[in-house]
Ligand binder design. Structure first.
Ligand SMILES: [Zn+2]
Length: 179
């Protein structure tokens, strides 16, 4: 992994730190194992017999929000050392997150500048930071809603999710990773 791959932390770090402290580290401490850096993201795997794997997470393979990833125990590298399909899928979501967060970071300067120019510094900071850190949510609202309006499944058929499936399907079919 090149150092350039870590440059997006310049505009994603506040949300990442929050996700690590509120989600990854406590979940790993309660139910997880193998806390690690996976291509620049903090990741852990649920223990086989942990409560989430016996209940609400048993049908899931992996989840990512920001540079924070959690996996079911079945997600292990392939015998030849190449990553599991679900790892490729989640790492593609990391790329999406880095892109949409940079967009939100840039746009957040518009209300910030306008409000600050009018002396409304508190509003400027609150509005700017909220706009910046809600990038995933803002993106998701349009993305899930349009899938729902088309009469499809809001999450699974959103283009955000379909692109990740397309990438991991191609990887499974060719064994070549080009993400
Ligand atoms: Zn996905």
């Amino acid at each position: 992994m090149s150092a350039r791959r870590l440059l997006p932390y310049i505009w994603t770090w506040p949300l990442d730190v929050l996700l690590w402290l509120l989600w990854i580290l406590p979940f790993w401490a309660f139910w997880g194992t193998n806390l690690r850096w996976e291509e620049g993201s903090l990741a852990f795997t649920f223990k086989e017999d942990s409560w989430p794997m016996r209940t609400w997470y048993k049908k899931w393979g992996g989840t990512s929000i920001g540079h924070a990833l959690m996996y079911a125990p079945k997600v292990k590298p392939n015998a030849d050392g190449t990553p599991h399909r679900i790892t490729v899928h989640e790492q593609f979501h990391v790329k999406q997150y880095e892109s949409i967060t940079l967009g939100a970071f840039i746009w957040a300067w518009v209300p910030f500048t306008f409000l600050a120019a009018n002396g409304l510094w508190t509003s400027a900071f609150v509005c700017g930071i909220l706009m910046w850190l809600s990038a995933t949510l803002q993106h998701g609202v349009g993305n899930w809603t349009t899938a729902w309006i088309r009469g499809e499944r809001a999450y699974r058929d959103s283009y955000h999710e379909q692109s990740a499936y397309a990438v991991d399907f191609k990887y499974t079919a060719t064994g070549k990773r080009d993400t």
